[in-house]
Write a protein that binds this ligand. Sequence first.
Ligand SMILES: NC(=O)c1ccc[n+]([C@@H]2O[C@H](COP(=O)([O-])OP(=O)(O)OC[C@H]3O[C@@H](n4cnc5c(N)ncnc54)[C@H](OP(=O)(O)O)[C@@H]3O)[C@@H](O)[C@H]2O)c1
Length: 341
Amino acid sequence: MTNIALLGFGTVGKGIYEILKDKEVYLKEKYGFDYKIVAISDFAFGNVYNPNGLDMELMMEEALAGKKFSKDVVDMDNVTLIKECNADLMCELTYTDLSTGGPAIDHCKAALSSGKHVVTSNKGPAALYYPEMKKLADENGVTFMIEGTVCAGTPIINLTDGPLAGCEISKIRGILNGTTNYMLSEMEKGMAYDEVLKVAQELGYAEADPTGDVEGHDARGKVTILANIVMGAGIKIADVSCEGITKITLEDIAKAKEQNARWKLIGSVEKKDGKVIGSVAPEMVDMSHPLAGVMGATNALTFTTDLLGDVTIVGPGAGKIETGFSILTDILAIHRNKKCC
Ligand SMILES: NC(=O)c1ccc[n+]([C@@H]2O[C@H](COP(=O)([O-])OP(=O)(O)OC[C@H]3O[C@@H](n4cnc5c(N)ncnc54)[C@H](OP(=O)(O)O)[C@@H]3O)[C@@H](O)[C@H]2O)c1
């Protein structure tokens, strides 16, 4: 039985719960995986803990109705709750802060130092403090799993660590931000930048403050994660050069078309002369390249390897179930490695 604590019960928190509930029988039959959610902490709904398992039907009903949790409410701050609860693993699903890491840093430290695995889709701890988190995890015999931080559940981190292990990767290039890829795709249909941004906001792809996406900061966080985890570099987020799509005009789009190419916001990590260089910038990608055909809010990455040449993976980069799946895949990896009961 794996006891789980959820820090953050927003889109992804609800997504992982829905998956675990819907697939309960399948996961038990196929992997012998059984779980209880024993603790939740959420700004909006409060902190709850029951060592025998929370009444999740009720928690979900209350959360969907926008009400505070009414059962198993505890008067503990997040760090105390994480340390004292009987969870085997904590899912860190609070907001991403790429400047300081935000409260997620304390959450992850509390979990790892008290012998709990951490599974997270939050880019903050992974982009800013991966070496520290990994060291703390190793010292405490647990794992720090971050598949969901890059391209949601589309396998990236686990792909390079699993099926691509043994291949040396010299370059990773791709579309790491669905919002900007959607915007560039729509601009090709003739809509100007400002107009397309408004539509993206109406559809929920772009936030009210779109800076993180359109200026490339979100992709920059992911490039930092790829550089440090896949390439073993020790770079900081500020070392990654960053330019967004705000200067791309309809004229630029037309010019690319004339040259049989398409604008994409490309996140790139490359080994050059023993150094790892990371960058985010709009690039004209030739139509013959697999990345050129990736349209809409989809993500894609091409890995340049010594044994296979180029390997491209295409898939969703966001969404309740898609990111919930990233959490499931890491939970199952921990379970299957027998690192959890
Ligand atoms: N959604 C996606 O498709 C996606 C994809 C990839 C990665 N991610 C990452 O996954 C994480 C979760 O995303 P999400 O979409 O689920 O976000 P979300 O819907 O905003 O949910 C986050 C939840 O955490 C709560 N929260 C914030 N700070 C907290 C704290 N200190 N203690 C307890 N609860 C706190 C929030 O409450 P309030 O609303 O009251 O602040 C909110 O309910 C983020 O880091 C995000 O960047 C999301």
